[in-house]
Design a protein around this ligand. Structure first.
Ligand SMILES: *Cc1c(COP(=O)(O)O)cnc(C)c1O
Length: 442
């Protein structure tokens, strides 16, 4: 508490006098853009990722020395802790986020002839796991304001073949869980949350990934909590926990649950996590809450500044999203408000100012790997050529196509520094805005 107060005091002290200082330090909008030979707003990089701590080194060293490399007490300890911080009853750690999703769908018995509803604005793994189960991906278009699956278009996509809905909490903000869960409830379709980017993100103050039948996390190295590779499934449903455990571990029963809960799904795999990965995760757990808070505070401050710049539209959070994990900070860029400076030139100019950014995802519903999978022998046999032929047309996502042309991202590690880092980002964008015409014709 004392910490909190002094931090607030510090911020208050730096905002009035500090803004002037920050502007002097980062340059006025009148300065020449770095892309045109001026001085970059930021000369140094951002916090490197992953962050290595001595606790992590110690815990990993202990596992190495013990020879206890196979799924054992470090994994148990991590599962318990991760369930707890998200207010979930059960956690099954897995080899990756992809295998957490694959396992969740496997536990539901998803297979050939089933349909699985997915959003188009996500990493490919959300859809690749559907294809591994020989189910049919059905895309529901994005809401460009929030970058999430548009719940207004979800109902029309559900039919008697729908085996699961996989909303993605993209960037670590929440999909509209109230609407999605309400729509899924009528026909009784399970919801599997892809929370692979959403560590410590919340919906109505409770962890993302704890609202559906299960929620899936990734600990791939770029993620806000990471172990190189790794993943986890959260659930409050004991039967689901057992099925997931069995699916991911060669049909073996869940060690900590009552014996005799049989998994009748048959299909299974080895998607186990190791003790070494669990040690890496345990070493970082003491820091995740503070990091999540810092990212959210910095992101909110940045949004308050960026909303004032014409042509910059930060992704809107749903009212129920009480905390975004801000794995990605996403906004839409409108070139017409920047003297028609194309997005790729805007990104180049921003990078030249020392602010790394990217143009994000392409339209996933048009990805070559989906087309190839659907045109494979197995798919043609299960679904028939006609259904495959008009799949692309049935899965058009015009709003998402536009979104993919407008989006700009910052990565999570840029939000772990002081608030003045946000002033720099805003100053760099203001500078580009002021010189947009010159940048467009350069
Ligand atoms: C990272 C990610 C995955 C896959 O996780 P891996 O651990 O890389 O297998 C799935 N969905 C989303 C949205 C992701 O960002």
């Amino acid at each position: 508490m004392g910490d909190h107060v002094s931090r607030r005091g510090f911020i208050a002290a730096t905002t009035s006098a500090g803004v002037g200082l920050a502007l002097a330090r980062v340059g006025q909008a009148a300065d020449k853009p770095a892309a045109l030979g001026g001085k970059p707003v930021r000369g140094k990089g951002y916090a490197s990722w992953p962050m290595i701590t001595t606790e992590t080194e110690k815990l990993v060293g202990e596992v190495v020395e013990s020879g206890r490399w196979y799924r054992s007490r470090s994994v148990d300890e991590f599962e318990e802790a991760f369930a707890k911080i998200n207010q979930a009853k059960y956690c099954v750690a897995t080899a990756s986020g992809t295998s957490a999703l694959l396992t969740s769908l496997g536990a539901l018995g998803v297979g050939p002839g089933d349909e699985v509803i997915v959003p188009p604005y996500t990493f490919m793994a959300t859809v690749s796991v559907v294809l591994v189960h020989y189910a049919m991906p059905v895309f529901v278009d994005s809401d460009r304001e929030t970058f999430m699956m548009d719940p207004g278009k979800l109902g029309a996509a559900i039919n008697e073949r729908t085996a699961a809905i996989v909303p993605v909490h993209i960037g670590g903000s929440a999909a509209d869980l109230d609407s999605i869960l309400a729509i899924a409830k009528g026909p009784g379709v399970p919801v599997i949350e892809d929370a692979c980017q959403a560590h410590l993100g919340q919906w109505r103050k409770r962890g993302l990934g704890t609202w559906g039948t299960s929620g899936c996390y990734s600990f791939q190295v770029s993620k806000n909590l990471c172990s190189g590779e790794g993943g986890a499934i959260l659930t409050n449903d004991e039967a689901m926990a057992n099925k997931c455990f069995a699916f991911h571990n060669c049909c073996r029963p869940y060690g900590r649950s009552s014996a005799g809960v049989a998994y009748d799904g048959g299909r299974n795999t080895n998607a186990r996590i190791t003790e070494l990965q669990a040690a890496l995760l345990l070493g970082q757990l003491p820091h995740v809450e503070q990091r999540a808070k810092t990212r959210a505070e910095n992101a909110a401050y940045l949004s308050s500044m960026l909303r004032e710049i014409p042509g910059i539209v930060p992704a809107r959070l749903y009212e129920g999203c009480t905390r975004s994990a801000y794995h990605l900070y996403m906004f839409r860029y409108e070139p017409e408000k920047f003297a028609n400076l194309p997005r790729n030139k805007f990104i180049k100019a921003l990078r030249a100012e020392g602010v790394p950014c990217s143009d994000g995802y392409g339209p996933l519903n048009k990805a070559g790997f989906i087309r190839d999978a659907l045109n494979s022998r197995g798919y043609k046999r299960v679904y028939g050529e006609a259904a495959i032929k008009d799949w692309a047309e049935r899965n058009a996502c015009p709003e998402n196509d536009k979104l993919c042309e407008e989006a700009v991202w910052f990565m999570q590690n840029m939000f772990l520094g002081p608030r003045s880092d946000m002033d720099e980002i805003a100053a760099a964008i203001r500078k580009i805005h002021a010189h947009a015409a010159a940048l467009a014709s350069a």
